[in-house]
Design a protein. Structure first.
Length: 175
């Protein structure tokens, strides 16, 4: 019998099948699922996002927020691959790397969706993502929580959903 000890917790590793699941990190999208069972298949290319909403929103195990998770995990390749080819710019990669390096993503809330299901060719997802700026030189002095409120447009081509563009909206007031 093996034991892991920490100051507040002692875990028995006698059940080798359930313990690996307990140690897996939860997905950053907020679905409360393990990353490997949630957004990872999308980010690694093992499965395409089935809907426009799946690129943004956790929905009780049905769809995940793969683009949000890609931002959280720094997966620039996925962000570029799911950006519509007509929306891509030469400086996307360095701009995304800088943004990811300077941002700590905190949470995602989908406000509203229009179309964007498997049978649709277009979809709109309105969301709020909470984040904190991370200063380049002073990692101890992370900034205040901000929000990105956006209405994003998606298109489906040849069975794959792409982010096209979005309108930045005024911040929402939370009570």
């Amino acid at each position: 019998m093996q034991y892991l000890q920490s100051s507040a917790l002692t875990l028995s590793l006698t059940n080798q099948r359930t313990m690996p699941m307990l140690l897996q990190p939860l997905c950053p999208c907020g679905s409360a699922a393990h990353y490997t069972d949630c957004c990872e298949p999308y980010l690694t290319g093992k499965a395409p996002a089935p809907t426009a909403e799946a690129l943004m929103r956790p929905l009780a195990g049905i769809s995940k927020s793969a683009r949000y998770t890609a931002y959280s995990k720094g997966n620039v390749d996925y962000l570029i691959a799911t950006l519509h080819p007509k929306s891509r710019q030469k400086d996307d990669r360095p701009a995304l790397l800088q943004s990811i390096h300077n941002t700590r993503w905190i949470g995602l809330t989908v406000i509203k969706t229009q179309k964007g299901q498997a049978q649709d060719k277009r979809g709109i997802v309105e969301f709020v993502a909470l984040y904190q700026p991370v200063p380049m030189k002073d990692l101890q002095n992370i900034g205040a929580v901000n929000q990105l409120h956006e209405r994003s447009r998606f298109v489906q081509e040849r069975g794959q959903w792409f982010y096209v563009d979005g309108d930045i909206l005024l911040p929402l007031k939370f009570i």
